[in-house]
Design a protein around this ligand. Structure first.
Ligand SMILES: *[C@@H]1O[C@H](CO)[C@@H](O)[C@H](O)[C@H]1NC(C)=O
Ligand SMILES: *[C@@H]1O[C@H](CO)[C@@H](O)[C@H](O)[C@H]1NC(C)=O
Ligand SMILES: *[C@@H]1O[C@H](CO)[C@@H](O)[C@H](O)[C@H]1NC(C)=O
Ligand SMILES: [Zn+2]
Length: 410
């Protein structure tokens, strides 16, 4: 059949639209579950978590990468909202601030019940899919949020935390962060200390997903080896394509494959291209690469929206996911592979984590050694003996307070 040459550009446009339409059709049934979004941090920094402030209305909020119309346009069906508090709160008010960020996520669900459904299980995610709502889960970003306490870890689980990133960009007294690999921080735990191993085991027992974004390579390997259940990287890309230490190196990708774990690709320009500029096609390169090295079952999305200052052209906000899916289809990803990356891989990992959990098992009780704790604001109740040896001035009076208090009670 005769075709005029000037029709070819038209054909190309039609094909592009076809992939976009196919992407939307797939996402109607299998919407994207994203591993990491910092909207709660924006709500804190812009409105001090006052959701009733008219400017904080999530329907019209404009200065963020995320709002309700954008989530709808992006066919986002599940989101791990980040309960994040910066490293400078470590040994200060990290626990309080983490609780407040969990609270603001819960209040988002309460205030916009037609959009968000707060859930805590894989079954809950499927329920939200059916109701056409955004399944909303809590991811706590940074081990400093538990203040070296298994009791706090368990309490956060009860408040809905379903992943914990073992570190943010600072060491905790029990796990090393990625800055150890750049030489900016010193290795303290050589991956995970013995208490860090207890944290991982307790997360397995509870059914909290272990998140290895932000940790050092030694911590990645230690956790991958120790965990009974698969783990995630909630927002990290491929080190081979951009040699930033926040990304996942090839030997770790092998372990990801062997353990059935998951890398949810970060869109931050600096991790995608190692430059200030990046584009959608380069994000697709990371997805292709992780698929090639770790398998199609190991790929997901962790855009880091509202947590970063620079995003690739074509992926400016959460409404753009279908364009990225269209690009994967154009690169001949099968429908099954695309569905895996969108939601099914995360659901598989989450279900395995749930199955490995065991609430009948005895909770781990051994506290972190006192000499591993830092920070002058700490009291040492429960660590008997240790504080009595060399009392700093002032603690004598403090030690009298319980006595006075008990007299008062009498
Ligand atoms: C947000 O604004 C919309 C109109 O743009 C309004 O219908 C809705 O009630 C507001 N929501 C809240 C929680 O204030
Ligand atoms: C994306 O960026 C890369 C590297 O700068 C460039 O080679 C490529 O042509 C760009 N792709 C698109 C679709 O703009
Ligand atoms: C791991 O790699 C094998 C062999 O390439 C592959 O069959 C399997 O699906 C991969 N696992 C995941 C989780 O993708
Ligand atoms: Zn992060």
């Amino acid at each position: 059949m005769w075709t005029s040459w000037w029709l070819w550009p038209l054909v190309a446009i039609c094909t592009a639209d076809e992939f976009r339409e196919q992407a939307e059709r797939i996402m109607q049934g299998t919407p994207v579950i994203d591993g990491h979004n910092d909207l709660p941090w924006q709500l804190l920094t812009s409105f001090n978590n006052q959701l009733r402030d008219a400017r904080a209305n999530l329907t019209s909020l404009a200065h963020t990468h995320t709002n309700i119309p954008k989530l709808r346009a992006g066919l986002v069906g599940g989101q791990f909202w980040s309960a994040y508090t910066p490293c400078d709160t470590q040994n200060k008010d990290a626990v309080k601030r983490t609780l407040e960020q969990i609270d603001v996520i819960h209040r988002m669900c309460q205030m916009y019940p037609e959009t968000f459904l707060c859930v805590t299980s894989s079954e809950g995610i499927r329920q939200a899919f059916q109701e056409g709502k955004v399944a909303s889960l809590v991811g706590v970003e940074g081990g400093h949020s538990i203040d070296s306490s298994l009791g706090v870890l368990r309490a956060l689980y009860h408040l809905g935390m379903r992943y914990l990133t073992l570190t943010h960009s600072c060491n905790t007294p029990w796990a090393d962060n990625w800055l150890v690999d750049t030489g900016e921080d010193e290795a303290q735990s050589q991956g995970l200390s013995s208490f860090g191993q207890s944290v991982v085991k307790e997360m397995n027992r509870l059914g909290v997903i272990i998140d290895l974004a932000h940790v050092s390579v030694a911590t990645m390997k230690a956790a991958l080896q120790l965990s009974k259940a698969p783990v995630i990287f909630s927002h990290s890309s491929a080190y081979r394509l951009c040699g930033h230490r926040r990304n996942v190196p090839d030997d770790v990708l092998e372990l990801v494959n062997q353990t059935g774990s998951l890398v949810m690709v970060n869109f931050y320009n600096d991790y995608v291209s190692c430059r200030a500029e990046a584009n959608l096609s380069q994000v697709a390169d990371h997805l292709d690469y992780i698929k090639k090295v770790a398998g199609a079952g190991a790929v997901g999305f962790g855009g880091d929206y509202d947590g970063v200052s620079r995003l690739p052209s074509g992926l400016e906000d959460v409404s753009k996911y279908p364009d990225l899916i269209a690009e994967l289809l154009r690169r001949q990803w099968t429908e099954a592979e695309v569905k895996g990356a969108l939601a099914e891989n995360l659901l598989r990992v989450f279900e395995a984590v749930e199955q490995a959990s065991d609430h009948t098992q005895t909770p781990e009780e051994e506290p972190i050694p006192l000499d591993k704790l830092e920070g002058s604001c700490r009291t040492t109740y429960g660590y008997s003996g240790a504080p009595s040896l060399h009392r700093p001035p002032g603690t004598l009076l403090a030690s009298l307070v319980p006595l006075l208090f008990s007299l008062y009670l009498l």
